[in-house]
Design a binder for this molecule. Structure first.
Ligand code: CP
Length: 302
């Protein structure tokens, strides 16, 4: 559901299992029989490229049967409820459902009413736990450690499920986190509803000083229509991560973004594709992390 109840040992288990999965993915034939006979269904009520495809590739690499349902082409479009749709999938024999939904808490509701395993692939503004796992895994692989690193999350923090799950994971794993963005897109430093207390900074140049990890977040462009931003141009002027701004971070600092990126808004193209960017590697590591999770949930005799 989320990483908020993960211990350091839980993270270590997922990361060590992901290392083994990376080894599988490096083979000429990227497939093991571990989940043969298991059935994984992805149900996405919101668009996705990275999360959906990487779960599907992860399931197939472990030899699980994998079926994908998009809400628009399912009976949801005829008015079927979320729970009835999921009950139908369970009756069809699924062992595990990966679900994304625009309503915060939707996977928790599903888990209360169903017997099959549910994995949260993003619920509203609440959580995106598998994204946080692949982000921390990517940092650990690059910088060799997590505790003591300084991370800055930049952008629309308040509406970001990626930021919420990363803040929880980073805090547990001993990173020092600063949240940076316009005041209208930041939780208060004492924490708003559902946000733990965390240093906030509205000046990006100051926030980036000495950072080891800089994570841009997608600016949901509709925020301007909601009156939370004066203009996109104003946002870009103050909060776009540029080469000059990134130079304030530590030499060798990682530039991350969960994607999809609005290039030219959150990041300049030279930064997005520059030597410090690990954005594509985040995507690649998503397959190993999701293989690890499917294995840990389905492959150990459960
Ligand atoms: N990061 C992420 O969740 O991307 P998708 O929306 O493409 O899955």
């Amino acid at each position: 559901m989320d990483v908020d109840d993960f211990s350091v040992a839980d993270y270590d288990l997922v990361f060590e299992t992901a290392d083994a999965m990376r080894e599988v993915l490096g083979r000429e034939i990227k497939k093991v029989p571990t989940l043969r006979g298991k059935s994984v269904v992805t149900v996405f009520f919101e668009p996705s490229t990275r999360t959906r495809v990487s779960f599907e590739m992860a399931a197939k690499a472990l030899s699980a049967d994998c079926t994908s349902i998009a809400a628009a082409t399912s009976s949801v479009a005829k008015g079927e409820s979320l729970l009835d749709t999921l009950r139908t999938i369970q009756s069809l024999g699924a062992d595990l459902v990966v679900m994304r939904h625009s309503a915060s808490g939707a996977p928790y509701l599903a888990a209360r009413h169903l017997d099959m395993a549910i994995v949260n692939a993003g619920d509203g503004c609440h959580a995106h736990p598998t994204q946080a796992l692949l982000d921390l895994y990517t940092i650990r692989r690059h910088l060799g450690r997590l505790a003591g690193l300084k991370a800055v999350l930049v952008g629309d923090i308040l509406h970001s499920r990626v930021a919420r799950s990363n803040l929880s994971a980073m805090t547990t794993l001993g990173l020092e986190v600063t949240l940076c963005g316009p005041p209208s897109l930041l939780p208060g430093s004492n924490g708003d509803a559902g946000w733990p207390a965390c240093p906030v900074e509205t000046d990006l140049d100051r926030a980036l000083e000495g950072a080891d990890v800089v994570m841009g977040l997608r600016l949901q462009l509709e925020r301007q229509e909601q009156g939370l931003l004066p203009s996109i141009r104003e946002y870009v002027r103050s909060y776009q991560i540029t080469r000059e701004r990134l130079a304030r971070a530590r030499p060798g600092a990682l530039l991350m973004h969960p994607g999809p990126v609005n290039e030219g808004v959150e990041l300049t193209p030279d930064v997005a594709h520059g030597v410090q960017s690990v954005i594509e590697e985040q995507v690649t590591n998503g397959v190993a992390i999701r293989m690890a999770l499917l294995y840990l949930l389905l492959g150990r005799g459960q």
